[in-house]
Design a protein around this ligand. Structure first.
Ligand code: AMP
Length: 281
């Protein structure tokens, strides 16, 4: 497995692979890797000859009062997991390599970024679109793998690739959870034992909300209210949002039809966690 901090080295390696006829799969991450990231790498390994993983905590997608400085990092553990899963190349640039002096070009999006996380994190998706665009231009993958855990991000990236005619395929992968239901996240490490227990309320509300839809409920308000009620039963949970939107447009819906995303962001103590379910009705 190769590890490089340099854009040029990634380019040269990928060019070489393509010359030899290999396909390239790409998994962008912010590191502190867990089995959720691992599942994307495994899928990339299945679908492509070579797998590139990027590890970059992208300052551009963090708001001023967010957790950029405290975001967990552990490159040694990340290298170990990547190597065990057969990753071929880790790209681990520093901020200077990605945003050299004078950087002033951005990729932005309307529409899909207005609801859900876009509301409480207004500059987040501009940072995501810009960095993902740069990473695609550096790695030039045939396929890139994203988790449904960040469902709005998945929809935004799919839209960006379509709108800007990017020549690659985006593959969405299911949410990987802890045994007790909590969606795996690098941010779970912020939770103290009491908060970790309280955080279970998210997946409980997700599972029960999904059951209600499967049982035939089609009124979005009813499903959302029901899930909020469950969340409110946990005194440590502070709801940022629970919303039902169309998976394609990320616009709010009243009636559940087509492919629907029901998503939530909830603060447990100082930690903001997200979870969701997607259902086609
Ligand atoms: P991050 O390092 O948090 O930026 O995540 C990198 C990629 O891993 C994104 O596409 C996430 O959606 C995906 N991911 C993170 N957690 C999970 C999870 N629990 N299950 C599946 N994918 C995940």
């Amino acid at each position: 497995m190769l590890l490089t901090e340099k854009i040029q080295e990634v380019r040269e390696q990928v060019k070489q692979w393509k010359k030899e006829g290999f396909t390239v799969g790409f998994v962008p991450t912010m590191g502190y890797l867990h089995e959720g990231h691992g599942s994307l790498m495994q899928e990339a390994k299945k679908q492509c000859d070579k797998v590139v993983v990027s590890i970059f905590v992208n300052p551009m997608q963090f708001g001023v009062n967010e957790d950029l400085d405290s975001y967990p990092r552990d490159l040694e553990a990340d290298k170990k997991l990547c190597s065990e899963l057969g990753v071929d190349l880790i790209f681990h640039p520093d901020v200077q390599e990605m945003y050299a002096e004078g950087f002033c070009s951005f990729v932005d999006m309307n529409g899909l970024t207005k609801e859900l996380c876009g509301k409480s994190r207004p500059i987040h998706f501009r940072g995501v679109c810009t960095v993902v665009n740069k990473l695609f231009n550096i790695v030039m993958p045939d396929k890139a793998f994203f988790g449904q855990k960040d469902a709005q991000q998945l929809a935004v990236i799919q839209r960006m690739v379509k709108d800007l005619n990017m020549d690659l395929e985006i593959i969405g992968c299911p949410i990987i959870r802890e045994e007790d239901g909590l969606a795996k996240s690098s941010r779970n490490t912020y939770l103290n034992p009491k908060e970790r227990k309280a955080a279970l309320i998210l997946s409980q509300a997700i599972f029960k909300g999904e059951e209600l839809v499967k049982a035939g409920e089609r009124d979005a308000d009813k499903v959302v209210s029901f899930m909020k009620e469950i969340l409110r039963s946990e005194p440590m949970a502070e709801i940022d949002y629970v919303e039902a939107v169309s998976m394609d447009t990320i616009e709010k819906i009243e009636l559940l039809q087509g492919t629907v995303l029901v998503a939530m962001a909830v603060k447990i103590g100082k930690t903001r966690l997200i979870d969701n379910f997607i259902i086609t009705v």
